[in-house]
Design a protein around this ligand. Structure first.
Ligand code: PGA
Length: 338
């Protein structure tokens, strides 16, 4: 586990809900060295525009999840703000508008920013008018009557989109496994894993979300929950090349209660370790692991400094163009001048 250290001082993350203990100073000194990245390769040396504090080798990634927000007018303004923002080059930037505005955004947003959908269907499109089999019977766990009614009501207002249709309208990415879909809609690991596999098979890249609820963290189950959700993806996908993992603790989403950089780093390091052990060293190094949950223009810089944080998935703050630009530009925290 990566630790924060200052000369002569070892700081230990203080987490109530996690099982990891603080390593001793001797083990901390053998922690994985930072990789230094620059255009054209990796080096143990320093140069101008060198990127530091990255355990992974992927490009910084920032996604804006607009969720169920916006109108034609407010989205025009947001797009205009994004189009005029000064954005750092070394970042993959993606925004996820509500389905009904994707076309508007695609036709007005600069090409520099890619578009993501917020969901996609488990398989090929077809006779699923406006939905909506709210669940694929073979994949979902039983729900009680009230829960089923709640879900049915929500689904009446939501559309199901086949991945092919998303590609057709210019989407490159899709967000899958978001906690709002796991815990409000009732999607389970298998259902999400199958959706991811299908999206990837159609050349849609996947932002794969995982994260624990507050009670799970408090019960010391954070890693178990995250690993279980990761396995849900791993069981179905055959390649991780087009997947970005978003660690989003549910207790931090939309609450203004951001995970501390140390809390996020600890879980990100564990996720990378899981990838290494369960998939491969290459996948562990190359897969971006981004953090989501109350990321803002004022906390992104400190989070970005952590070596296993490769970017962000941003909800509320992505609705404000200048603030989203600040978050994108926190990539500069990973750079040092010569
Ligand atoms: P938030 O949402 O930034 O508003 O907490 C993040 C997300 O749900 O992706």
């Amino acid at each position: 586990m990566a630790m924060t250290s200052a000369p002569g001082k070892l700081t230990c993350p203080q987490f109530s809900g996690l099982r990891r203990t603080c390593p001793s100073a001797s083990t901390a000194s053998t922690a994985r060295p930072f990789l230094l990245r620059r255009a054209g390769g990796y080096s143990a040396g320093r140069s101008s525009r060198t990127v530091v504090a990255m355990a992974g080798s992927g490009k910084f990634f920032v996604g804006g999840n607009w969720k169920c927000n916006g109108t034609k007018d407010s989205i025009s303004k947001l797009v205009a703000d994004l189009n005029s923002a000064a954005l750092e080059n070394d970042v993959d930037i993606v925004v996820a508008p509500p389905f009904i505005y994707i076309d508007q955004v695609k036709s007005s947003l600069v090409d520099r920013i890619d578009i993501s959908a917020q969901n996609s269907w488990i398989g090929k499109g077809g006779a699923f008018t406006g939905e909506i089999r709210n669940r694929a019977p073979a994949y979902q766990t039983p729900l009680d009557g009230l829960r089923q009614r709640q879900i049915k009501d929500q689904l009446k207002t939501w559309l199901v989109h086949g991945a092919e249709q998303l590609i057709d309208i210019g989407c490159k990415w899709v967000i899958l496994g978001h906690s709002e879909r796991r815990h409000i809609i009732g999607e389970d690991d298998q259902f999400i894993g199958k959706k991811a596999a299908y999206a990837l098979s159609q050349n849609l890249k996947v932002i794969a979300c995982i994260g624990e609820k507050l009670d799970e963290r408090e019960a010391g189950k954070t890693f178990d929950v995250c690993f279980q959700q990761l396995k849900g993806f791993a069981d179905y996908v055959t390649s991780w090349e087009n997947i970005v993992i978003a660690y989003e603790p549910v207790w931090a989403i939309g609450t203004g209660k951001v995970a501390s950089p140390e809390q996020a780093q600890e879980v990100h390091a564990a996720i990378r370790d899981w990838l290494k052990k369960s998939v491969s060293t290459e996948v562990a190094s190359e897969t971006r692991i981004i953090y989501g949950g109350s990321v803002s223009g004022s906390n992104s810089a400190d989070l970005a400094k952590k070596e296993d944080i490769d970017g962000f998935l941003v909800g509320g703050a992505s609705l404000k163009g200048p603030e989203f630009a600040t978050i994108v530009n926190s990539v500069t925290e990973k750079k040092v001048a010569a």
